[in-house]
Design a protein around this ligand. Structure first.
Ligand code: NAP
Length: 254
C-alpha cells in the first residue's frame, strides 16, 4: 500500500478500528483506511501472524497501526479491544464491523450451535462493537460506522439460514442505529458484498455462481474496501447515513 500525499489524507490524525482485519475484506479495508492517514487497529481472532503482517504493511509505508486480538462475539473482549484502542490512540473515528464467519448447511441439518455461532459473531458482534464505540463517538460528536452485511441478507441463499438471518439483522440494525446517532453527527451505513474472492469463499467457486453475476466475475477485497474507504473517509459521504451499498457485480438490483 501507499500513503496518499498529506493534503489528500482525509483521515489524518483519526483512528479506525477494523474487526477481522487479518485477512480478506477486513485487511483490504485496513490498508485502504491507512492510505488515507488513519491510525488503524487491526483486530483479529486467531491469525496473529497475518494480523502482524497487515500492521507491517501499513507501518512500512509510513502509516501507523497496531494489532489487537479479541473475539468480537464476546462482550468482555470487545470492551478490552475498545479500552486498549483508547489507551493507545485516545479517540475512535471509524469503526468497520467486518469480522464474520459462515457455518453453511441446509435448515433441516442445521444444529443450534451452527445457528448460534453465526448469530453471535455476525450479528451480536456488530451490536457489541457499535455500542462500545458509540459512547466515544457521542462525546466526540462525530464518527463513521460501516457494517459489512451481504447480498445473502437481501435475497437469501440456500444453506445459509443462519448467515442470511444475521446479515439481514445487520441491515435492520444499521438503519435503526443510523437514526439514533444521526443528531450527534455519526453516520452508520452498511456494505453488502456479493461473491468476493477470500478464504471464506475459496471452496465455493463454481460456474453456477458466475452465471448469477451480471458482471461475469468474482469481486476483489479491494473493490469492497473502496466503498468502505469512501464511506469512512470522503467528505462527500458526510450526508449519507442508514444506507446499504451493494458491491456485488450486479447480483442484487433493487
Ligand atoms: P475471511 O477472509 O474468512 O476473514 C474473516 C476475518 O474475520 C478474519 O480476519 C478473521 O480473523 C476474522 N474473525 C473470525 N472470527 C472472529 C472473531 N470471533 N472475532 C474477531 N475476528 C474474527 O472473510 P471475508 O470474506 O473477508 O469476510 C469479511 C466480511 O465480509 C464478513 O462479515 C463476511 O460475512 C462478509 N462478506 C463476505 C463475502 C465474500 O464473498 N467473501 C460476501 C458477503 C459478505 P482470524 O484471521 O484471526 O481468524
Amino acid at each position: 500500500m501507499e500513503l496518499l500525499p498529506e493534503n489528500l489524507q482525509h483521515l489524518k490524525d483519526q483512528v479506525a478500528v477494523v474487526t477481522g482485519a487479518s485477512r480478506g475484506i477486513g485487511k483490504a479495508a485496513a490498508l485502504a483506511l491507512a492510505s488515507q492517514g488513519a491510525k488503524v487497529v487491526v483486530n483479529y481472532a486467531r491469525s496473529s501472524d497475518a494480523a502482524e503482517a497487515t500492521v507491517q504493511e501499513i507501518t512500512q509505508a509510513g502509516g501507523e497501526a497496531i494489532a489487537i486480538q479479541a473475539d468480537v462475539s464476546q462482550s468482555v473482549e470487545v470492551d478490552n479491544l475498545i479500552t486498549t484502542t483508547l489507551d493507545q490512540f485516545g479517540r475512535i473515528d471509524v469503526l468497520v464491523n467486518n469480522a464474520g464467519i459462515t457455518k453453511d448447511t441446509l435448515l433441516l441439518r442445521m444444529k443450534l450451535e451452527q445457528w448460534q455461532a453465526v448469530i453471535d459473531l455476525n450479528l451480536t458482534g456488530v451490536f457489541l462493537c457499535t455500542k462500545a464505540v458509540s459512547k466515544t463517538m457521542l462525546k466526540q460528536r462525530s464518527g463513521r460506522i460501516i457494517n459489512i452485511a451481504s447480498v445473502a441478507g437481501q435475497m437469501g441463499n440456500p444453506g445459509q439460514a443462519n448467515y442470511s438471518a444475521a446479515k439481514a439483522g445487520v441491515i435492520g440494525f444499521t438503519k435503526t442505529v443510523a437514526k439514533e446517532l444521526a443528531n450527534r453527527g455519526i453516520t452508520v451505513n452498511a456494505v453488502a458484498p456479493g461473491f468476493i474472492e477470500t478464504d471464506m469463499t475459496h471452496d465455493l467457486k463454481s460456474d453456477d455462481i458466475i452465471n448469477f453475476i451480471p458482471l461475469g466475475r468474482y469481486g476483489k477485497p479491494e473493490e469492497v474496501a473502496g466503498v468502505i474507504r469512501f464511506l469512512a473517509a470522503d467528505p462527500a459521504a458526510a450526508y449519507i447515513t442508514g444506507q446499504v451499498f451493494n458491491v456485488d457485480g450486479g447480483m442484487v438490483m433493487a
